[in-house]
Design a protein around this ligand. Structure first.
Ligand code: PMV
Length: 354
């Protein structure tokens, strides 16, 4: 097929890792497998408009190999362009048609800008979905399975964890003996039967610090090369993935909490024990962690925390304790959030064509 012009629009969600990806090999191959909950409300919505470069309609510059304009919330955003340029360069060999078009990428997030929530996973995933829609238009024969697998493969080349934002509700990325079909090259939907305890699982994101990231994830992953605890850490991630697989199937919330909190603290321990080191938790992060632990031991309500490579806290809990936990968050935790800001999210279904 040939196609001169058109547009697509996709939303892609953020995701929160339960077993963390930290450390990578060449070509965005993870040093260990990871597993995440796909989120529902925190997402990027991206419209990709395209026009053939040699068509009579010309928009923007056409000289560069990759020609695109970028709009963020309706306004040109130059500082996002290098990341997209690099993404296009990395995926060109899999998507040679990209050089034939001029693109307008119009993107927005449902979560506040600079909230400290990484938008690279949702942003890159939304773009990868749109690119696959263009591929499908050019080659209508591709199957849905190929479409989603390649979308995740492409997203991984842009930002590793983005490959877990294509599908829901639980995604594994990285080869692991106990997960059928798992791959280092793309994320796969968790194929086990997920226990009802995890249905509509809640994630309330406490925005402790909205500042710029102190350490880019590229630098962070690199610090795992020559890290004194790297080998043990990668082995531990494999073990934790095996354990969490059966936890997700049996619904053992106590075991879930043990694994998830340990993974979060291990991620930060790796950053604190690398050279140079990074301390990304803030005093308020620790206050929140202590309050959650106390609340859990007093009430026996199965609420726990996890962390990304930053100071914000994700509070995870089952839907049936939502009211009580939200009240606890309002009464005791919101005071530690910057400007009292937090976001209520739940486990979601992955990218959607709009
Ligand atoms: O996708 P990246 O390269 O930004 O790495 C993200 C790593 C963590 O968010 C810290 C952990 C994870 O598995 O998502």
């Amino acid at each position: 097929n040939t196609i001169d012009a058109g547009d697509f629009q996709w939303s892609a969600p953020s995701n929160i890792a339960l077993v963390k990806y930290w450390g990578k090999k060449e070509n965005q191959v993870p040093a260990n497998p990871s597993i995440s909950f796909t989120l529902n409300n925190c997402k990027t919505i991206t419209k990709l408009s395209f026009v053939k470069k040699n068509s009579t309609i010309t928009i923007g510059a056409t000289k560069e190999k990759f020609s695109f304009d970028l709009l963020f919330e309706g306004k040109p955003k130059e500082d996002f362009k290098p990341k997209i340029q690099k993404f296009f360069e990395r995926i060109e060999k899999y998507c040679p048609y990209l050089t034939e078009y001029h693109f307008i990428i119009a993107t927005e997030n449902t979560f506040p800008h600079s909230s400290g929530i990484a938008s690279s996973a949702s942003g890159i995933a939304a773009l990868a979905m749109n690119i696959m829609s263009l591929e499908k238009a050019l080659n209508p024969k591709i199957t849905a399975a190929f479409f989603y697998q390649k979308a995740s493969f492409l997203a991984r080349l842009g930002s590793g964890s983005a490959c877990r934002s294509v599908k829901g509700s639980v995604v594994v990325w990285g080869k692991h003996a106990a997960i059928n079909g798992s791959s280092d090259l793309f994320g796969v939907e968790f194929s086990g039967q997920i226990h009802a305890n995890f249905k509509n699982y809640q994630d309330t994101i406490l925005l402790v610090d909205k500042g710029e990231k102190q350490v880019s994830s590229t630098v962070g992953h690199d610090l795992m090369h020559n890290h004194p605890f790297a080998a043990q850490r990668f082995a531990q991630a494999h073990e934790n993935l095996s354990k969490i697989k059966s936890v997700l199937e049996t619904g053992n919330l106590e075991a879930f909490i043990t694994i998830v909190e340990s993974e979060a603290l291990t991620l930060h321990a790796m950053m604190m024990t690398s050279l140079p080191y990074f301390i990304l938790m803030k005093p308020n992060t620790l206050e929140i962690i202590n309050k959650i632990r106390k609340f859990r031991s007093e009430t026996k309500i199965p609420v726990c925390f996890t962390l990304d490579a930053g100071a914000n806290v994700h509070v995870l809990y089952p839907e049936n304790v939502r009211e009580t936990v939200l009240q606890f968050i309002k009464d005791e935790l919101v005071g530690y959030c910057q400007n009292g800001n937090y976001i209520c999210d739940t486990i979601g279904n992955g990218s959607q064509l709009i």
